[in-house]
Design a protein around this ligand. Structure first.
Ligand code: GLV
Ligand code: MN
Ligand code: MN
Length: 410
């Protein structure tokens, strides 16, 4: 029989095998064969535990252990199982493995809780394939429409609606993924820290209070395609030159509002994309994050003002589309206290922390009491192949949540 630590390691390693970029980090986009493989592994583990397995209309996967009081709302635990492009093995899966392992502990110790406990594996948190992100939790809040599924395209032009249908789901029924908040007592997520604080301070876990607000926008700048050799400089409408000016201003906009606000241009595409044609269309994304909603708004506004100024002097045109907008979120004080009490009881060290990364917990927190625990990331690295958390460190985070779930459900 495997120890708990060995089970955790086995789960992480098994999930890591479902990867479309072996040797170059882990890429597991939603509704792909890698998703299918990871999903099948999780289903089979959930079944081995004796959990009831089901998927919702959004493609989220659940394993349920029924509570003794059928009227009591459930405790939901887990995280996402999709990844960024060329990411690591822990961002997302660490929290799913937490859910799985807690189901195992409950089952093997015959711990009968009043509340049903559901382990959830959410999809498309990263927005790696279809953009935006936090999709699984947003669908549970009822924020995803069938029209939005049609409009969300991957890089090959396949809509999320089409991908869901091809995978065996029914995009037209997306509304059924919406949860009644009254049926959920709490949502608790575990995630790797993705930063250096816990490791530097030699602490076991971080207990998250506030998650930053996030807005992601897609900017399109339209110029005019012309011959790169024959078109005099004053006659050009070069979309890339204008876009570059905006992009170069973005760090300054974030610094100017202060508050630790950050802004990142993470994608850029140039059309038609030939050495001898003046660029006619440039698309880039800006990801803006701050603990204050006004600071996010101010950076967004500054970008639009800059674009307007360029439109006036350079004759380019532009449009700006919001892909994701989530307010800064405070997590539940009740759950924070329970997690701290559990950590104290178990002799696990912790500190209060904010989160600069987005998590499904921030959507769930607008519906139900929500908590989030961080475990240390080696060298603070994440969203890269070097991403690593020691298995015994992960186990400590799992133990804190397990203790809290048992206390809550007694
Ligand atoms: C997810 O990793 C995010 O913070 O965007
Ligand atoms: Mn991530
Ligand atoms: Mn994540």
């Amino acid at each position: 029989m495997l120890t708990k630590l060995e089970r955790i390691q086995k789960d992480i390693e098994a999930l890591s095998a479902f990867n479309d970029t072996k040797g170059e980090g882990l890429t597991r986009f939603s509704l792909t064969e890698a998703d299918r493989g990871a999903r099948d592994y999780l289903k089979s583990e959930m079944k081995k535990i004796g959990a009831t397995v089901y998927e919702d209309a959004a493609g989220n996967l659940f394993g349920r252990l029924q509570g003794t009081d059928s009227k009591a709302p459930m405790i939901m635990i887990g995280s996402h199982f999709d990844s960024v492009k060329n990411g690591g093995n822990f961002d997302g899966p660490a929290g799913v493995v937490m859910g799985l392992e807690i189901l195992r502990v409950l089952k093997e110790n015959d711990i009968a809780l009043k509340n049903t406990v559901e382990c959830v594996a959410l999809i498309e948190e990263e927005g790696g394939r279809f953009g935006g992100g936090l999709y699984g939790s947003r669908a549970m809040k009822g924020l995803v429409t069938a029209e939005a599924l049609e409009a969300s395209l991957d890089s090959a032009g396949i809509s999320m609606a089409k991908a869901l249908n091809a995978f065996g789901f029914d995009a037209a029924r997306i509304g059924e993924a919406k949860r009644n908040p009254e049926t959920i007592k709490a949502f608790i997520e575990l995630h790797i820290e993705q930063g250096p604080v816990l490791e530097n301070e030699k602490l076991d876990v971080g207990i998250v209070g506030k998650i930053v607000g996030i807005r992601q926008i897609k900017v399109r700048v339209y110029g005019r395609p012309d011959h790169a050799g024959t078109t005099p400089m004053p006659m050009r409408k070069d979309a890339l030159v204008s876009a570059a000016e905006v992009i170069a201003s973005v760090p300054g906009f974030a610094l100017a509002v202060g508050d630790g606000t950050v802004a990142t241009v993470g994608t850029l595409s140039v059309l038609p994309g030939a050495a001898n044609i003046v660029p006619s269309e440039v698309t880039f994304t800006v990801d803006i994050r701050s603990k204050n909603a006004q600071s996010v708004e101010a950076v967004h506004k500054a970008i639009e003002e800059k674009l307007k100024a360029l439109e006036a002097v350079r004759g380019i045109a532009f449009d700006v589309k919001t892909l994701l907008s989530v307010e800064p979120t405070q997590l539940s004080e009740t759950i924070i206290s329970s997690l701290k009490a559990s950590a104290d009881e178990l002799g696990i060290s912790y500190k209060d922390m904010p989160s600069g990364a987005g998590h499904d917990a921030m959507i769930m927190a607008s519906m139900v009491d929500t908590g989030l625990i961080f475990v240390p990331s080696k060298d603070g690295r994440s969203h890269c192949k070097e991403e690593w958390t020691d298995y015994d460190a992960l186990q400590k985070g799992i133990e804190v949540i397990c203790h809290t779930v048992i206390e809550m459900g007694r």
